[in-house]
Design a protein around this ligand. Structure first.
Ligand SMILES: [Zn+2]
Length: 163
């Protein structure tokens, strides 16, 4: 925790994920004093627990990604990811964590369903995968099939069934 010059604790306001040129990750942690309004930003190595993070935080990148999800999905993903982060004692929800499959139980994909997923545009693919695996898990299905894909696509992604 940071202490402001005025004597109050400073609160974590946001975290930006930044890439080094060598591919390493850095976090730029923004903190603010709610008493006097002083703001500071500190660079730390990414992925490491930091004293500067005073509560469970989403990085700007993860937040941005969540904001672009359909509202139904965004709410669901928020709950699931935050629950997982708490269970695993992860203080910062990153873009990468957001896109990881939840819960640890992997469902199987039919080969045809997998091929179809490969044809989904990249920006949507990770979310489509999460949504499909979640739907399958909710229903106790062990496999993701083309018909499940068609159904989920029509319902949550508004794409309709394509021929
Ligand atoms: Zn202050």
């Amino acid at each position: 925790m940071l202490t402001c010059g005025c004597g109050r604790w400073m609160h974590t306001e946001g975290i930006e994920e930044r890439a080094y040129e060598d591919g390493g990750l850095q976090w730029f942690i923004r903190s603010e004093c709610r008493g006097c309004g002083l703001k500071v930003g500190v660079d730390v190595p990414g992925g490491q627990p930091s004293q500067l993070v005073d509560r469970l935080m989403w990085t700007d990148e993860a937040l941005h990604r969540r904001d672009r999800m359909p509202p139904y999905l965004a709410t669901l993903v928020k709950e699931e990811v935050e629950q997982e982060a708490r269970q695993r004692n992860i203080p910062v929800i990153t873009y990468e964590l957001l896109l990881q499959p939840r819960g640890g139980t992997r469902v199987e994909w039919d080969p045809e369903a997998e091929r179809r997923l490969d044809r989904v545009p990249a920006p949507v693919r990770a979310m489509a995968r999460i949504e499909l695996e979640r739907t399958a898990a909710d229903r106790g299905l062990a496999r993701i099939t083309v018909s499940l894909m068609e159904e989920v696509k029509a319902k949550y992604f508004g794409m309709g069934a394509s021929k």
